[in-house]
Design a protein around this ligand. Structure first.
Ligand SMILES: NC(=O)c1ccc[n+]([C@@H]2O[C@H](COP(=O)([O-])OP(=O)(O)OC[C@H]3O[C@@H](n4cnc5c(N)ncnc54)[C@H](OP(=O)(O)O)[C@@H]3O)[C@@H](O)[C@H]2O)c1
Length: 334
């Protein structure tokens, strides 16, 4: 089997560390692995499959070597500066930041939803926002059968979505210490404030869910979102209210959802079975439950969708994109 030279940018971060776990678990065919981060981590050793790899400081010449795919997860500014440099040297970048997601020349991919779009890339492919990824996984099949008119998202997002800094703020808060990352205490609190506020009153996180859903699914779907940070360490939960153009049968919808690869239906309320953050931690699938008709609309449906934001919401989705690339490689340069 052909093996590939892979670079991880942001290798010391929460997502970067999960890349390593997922690459190992999925037996990604790696020839050489290069780990990159800021000057703060340069020289640090990270073990991957029994071998210590020295973290390199990311700089303009980092991609002068033979690298096939670079998985970026080091924030938007780093991606904006270094992804084009990598792409100009023939590296295919799969970027986790929001830097290029809405760029018309950059495919925005969730492999269960729009895998074919991956090959329209010009060197950079974007991984959607964590909340968007888990939300669109159940939507494609429903849109195809019942045509979605409008989606209302309400999110309950884990602190790990803010990286190591978010986890520290929750842990500090529980120990009675002040926060450093969030504007207010997160322990025992819910913050209707993720990322910065925009002129239109949405937060940037809410706008990302709206814009990215339209780009992945269909530009004329109406979408609104309220994103809330909650004192949960791992896994985001999303309440989704969907209005369709066509009529549907709830039992048929459950079968439709059960047919989606990577989506697990957990919906047996008589036995208190529904998706929960504590159960999805460490898993690669998206979980859907509380599947029920919204009685206030002609064709309305409510869903509760949960996924591990660091795995399916970031690392796993990125590596699935890399897997799509190598599956089609068939001996030619990616
Ligand atoms: N957490 C999530 O749920 C999630 C989900 C989807 C996407 N993302 C995105 O993934 C990215 C990283 O998130 P995270 O949660 O892993 O954050 P994190 O734990 O804070 O890690 C940040 C990583 O970026 C590196 N980095 C920072 N500045 C750098 C620079 N100037 N040059 C090179 N490397 C630099 C850090 O290296 P040092 O150790 O040297 O500082 C570290 O490896 C962000 O863009 C975030 O939006 C996160």
């Amino acid at each position: 089997m052909k093996k590939y030279n892979i670079a991880i940018v942001g290798a010391t971060g929460l997502v970067g560390q999960t890349f390593l776990q997922v690459l190992e678990e999925r037996k990604f065919p790696i020839k050489n692995l290069y780990l990159m981060a800021s000057s703060r981590s340069a020289g640090k050793k990270i073990n991957f499959m029994g071998k210590d790899i020295v973290v390199e400081e990311l700089n303009e010449s980092s991609f002068d070597k033979d690298i096939d795919i670079a998985l970026f997860s080091a924030g938007g500014d780093t991606s904006k500066k270094f992804s084009p440099i990598a792409a100009s040297k023939g590296v295919i970048v799969v970027d986790n930041s929001s830097a290029f997601r809405m760029d018309d020349e950059v495919p925005l991919i969730v492999p269960e939803v729009n895998p074919g779009a991956v090959f329209n890339h010009k060197g950079i492919i974007a991984n959607p926002n964590c909340s968007t990824i888990q939300s669109v996984v159940p939507l494609r099949v429903l849109d195809e059968k019942y045509k979605i008119k409008r989606i209302v998202y309400s999110t309950y997002q884990a602190v790990s979505g803010s990286g190591l800094a978010g986890i520290k703020d929750l842990e500090n808060g529980l120990a009675g210490k002040p926060v450093e990352n969030y504007p207010y205490q997160i322990a025992g609190n819910c913050l209707p404030h993720i990322d910065v506020f925009l002129e239109n009153g949405n937060t940037k996180e809410e706008q990302k869910m709206i814009d990215e859903t339209k780009k992945i699914l269909r530009a004329d779907v109406k979408v609104t979102a309220t994103c809330v940070r909650v004192p949960v360490l791992h896994s985001h939960s999303v309440s989704m209210n969907i209005e369709f153009e066509k009529e549907f049968d709830v039992e048929e919808v459950k079968k439709d959802l059960a047919s989606v690869k990577g989506l697990i239906v957990e919906d047996d309320v008589k036995n208190n079975i529904y998706p929960m953050a504590i159960n999805s931690k460490g898993k690669d699938e998206v979980f859907v439950g509380r599947i029920r008709r919204d009685q206030s609309l002609d064709n309305g449906l409510n869903l509760w969708v949960v996924a591990d934001n660091i795995r399916k919401g970031a690392a796993t989705n990125t590596i699935q994109i890399a897997e799509l690339l190598i599956a089609e490689d068939k001996g030619r340069k990616l």
